[in-house]
Design a protein around this ligand. Structure first.
Ligand code: OGA
Ligand code: MN
Length: 294
């Protein structure tokens, strides 16, 4: 079967036909997916009834896996999924929905803030692949914003002003912005800030984009309120509706996005309903800025 892609978003995002993830990919499938990612940045694959092993195999055919261990608040004995997965569900180890006040839930719903995956790591993620194993009856969309088109729409003065800015990113910053500060000492050390450029260049297309994320909480050399106001202004600009694709999930959808040129966020849904979403991630190409030795 040949791969075909139909654009579904305003300036990006495509729906793919001709891929069956229960079977190994051919070399030409792999090339078509990478080319599709460079062209659309978000790809939607419907009706992929796959298990964990098949999701891992599909992901590994596109690049090296990023392991999610150490990114959330689950302790090692609380993992529901293999450590190659980011567990984006609202479920505990026994597949029970978290209680409303559960610290792990309150941390996890921070992904309802606009972000780019692993921008809090020295090497941020390349692709994320999110598979729907259980979807709520209503709500729970994932929204994506095109950070390349958003960058290109900035005026020249703003482009020049932000060109060489470096931001500090940490999950502590994003959670603090919604009033969550329940971190223990081990987590505070693990979540120490990393440096990221505010404007990054995509390695395969050579195009620039805004590297925003709610994990960004400081800009080097900029007074704090001024830095936060600039980040809020840029985020408001970049997430206006004309740059956003909203994905309404169907069971067994797999959506794949390029974190180097998009932001995304989850939307709310009925809190007592299970939403089982499993993410695999392809490691990034390298740091966007030099890191300061710990
Ligand atoms: C993610 C994420 C959003 C969602 O998987 O990285 O942010 O809608 N998911 O679950
Ligand atoms: Mn995410």
């Amino acid at each position: 079967m040949t791969v075909s892609i139909r654009q579904v978003g305003p300036c990006f995002a495509g729906e793919v036909d001709g891929i069956d993830m229960t079977k190994p990919l051919t070399q030409s499938d792999i090339e078509a997916i990478h080319a599709g990612m460079d062209a659309y940045a978000v790809l939607v694959f419907h009706n992929q009834d796959i298990d964990d092993a098949q999701q891992l195999a599909f992901t590994e055919s596109l690049g090296e896996l990023e392991h999610s261990i150490g990114a959330g608040l689950r302790k090692p004995d609380e993992y529901r999924l293999p450590t190659q997965f980011a567990d984006v569900s609202n479920l505990d180890k026994e597949n029970k929905v978290y209680g409303r006040e559960d610290r792990r839930r309150l941390f996890a719903i921070g992904n309802r803030l606009w972000h780019s995956d692993s921008s809090f790591k020295p090497v941020p993620s390349k692709y994320s692949l999110l598979h729907a194993r259980a979807v709520p009856s209503t709500g729970g969309n994932t929204e994506f914003a095109d950070m390349r088109t958003a960058y290109e729409a900035l005026d020249n003065q703003t482009k020049a002003e932000i060109e060489d800015m470096i931001c500090a990113h940490s999950q502590i910053f994003s959670r603090k912005s919604v009033g969550f500060e329940l971190f223990d000492e081990e987590e505070r050390i693990r979540m120490a800030p990393v440096r990221q450029r505010l404007v990054r260049t995509h390695p395969s297309t050579g195009r620039k984009s805004l590297f925003l994320s709610s994990h960004a909480g400081e800009i080097e050399g900029v007074p704090q309120p001024e830095a936060m106001l600039l980040l809020k202004d840029l985020t408001e600009h970049a997430t206006q509706r004309e740059f956003v694709y909203s994905h309404k999930w169907r069971l067994h959808d797999l959506v794949m996005w390029d974190n180097r040129r998009t932001m995304h966020r989850a939307r709310p849904f009925p809190e007592h309903e299970p939403r089982d979403m499993r993410r695999t991630t392809v490691v990034g190409d390298g740091p966007t800025a030099e890191q300061i030795a710990a």
